[in-house]
Design a protein around this ligand. Sequence first.
Ligand SMILES: Cc1cc2nc3c(=O)[nH]c(=O)nc-3n(C[C@H](O)[C@H](O)[C@H](O)COP(=O)(O)O)c2cc1C
Length: 209
Amino acid sequence: MTHTASAHTASAHTTTAPLRVTLLVGSNRHGRFGPVVADWLLDHLRAHDDLEPEVVDVARTDLPTTLARTPEATAALAEITPKLAGADAFVVLTPEYNHSFPAGLKNVIDWHFTEWRAKPVGLVSYGGLAGGLRAVEHLRQVFAELHAVTVRDTVSFHNAGQSFGDGGRLRDPSGPDAAAKAMLDQVVWWGRALREAKEKRPYDDVRDA
Ligand SMILES: Cc1cc2nc3c(=O)[nH]c(=O)nc-3n(C[C@H](O)[C@H](O)[C@H](O)COP(=O)(O)O)c2cc1C
């Protein structure tokens, strides 16, 4: 099979260009702890040569839970949707509320559909004793419905408030740093694989049963 020069260039670009990854910050609670973990995570995303990060913070979105396309919703979507649509991959940061993830995070997820499809999702969680792992497992079910691929490894912070000291620095970064590397390497692998696959065979025509 022969390739045209432009097809070859496009494919070479797809193989080497950094992945656009959108970090979705899932907590919007008044007085939330989330930004401390989000800042730590963003440092990892920025330091990764293969990733170009964007942020969507649920606390800065004003989307009605009725899913009504009000003028406020349209304005909010104009901010959020391009950052989801343009992403090659996602990292979702979630706390655990009553053994699941927060309602505000679910609302942002539910407002979108095609933006998630055929893209990888890395999951990072924090909470009390269980470190948000139940929220993570619930999110896997949600993203499967949306044709997104959650990667195996996660990062979780048990009793998160005690893990970070003054200035938002981790008291013992070795475990979380290693977990973040494993999770992000998997996001990059899937992100590259799916981006190349979609170039050859778009996912748009794949239908639900
Ligand atoms: C309504 C509510 C329910 C919670 N439920 C759980 C829970 O089921 N399991 C857990 O480990 N932590 C639970 N927590 C503790 C939170 O995970 C912890 O406070 C975390 O910092 C919340 O994230 P945020 O500060 O960014 O909102 C709960 C907190 C709230 C406010």
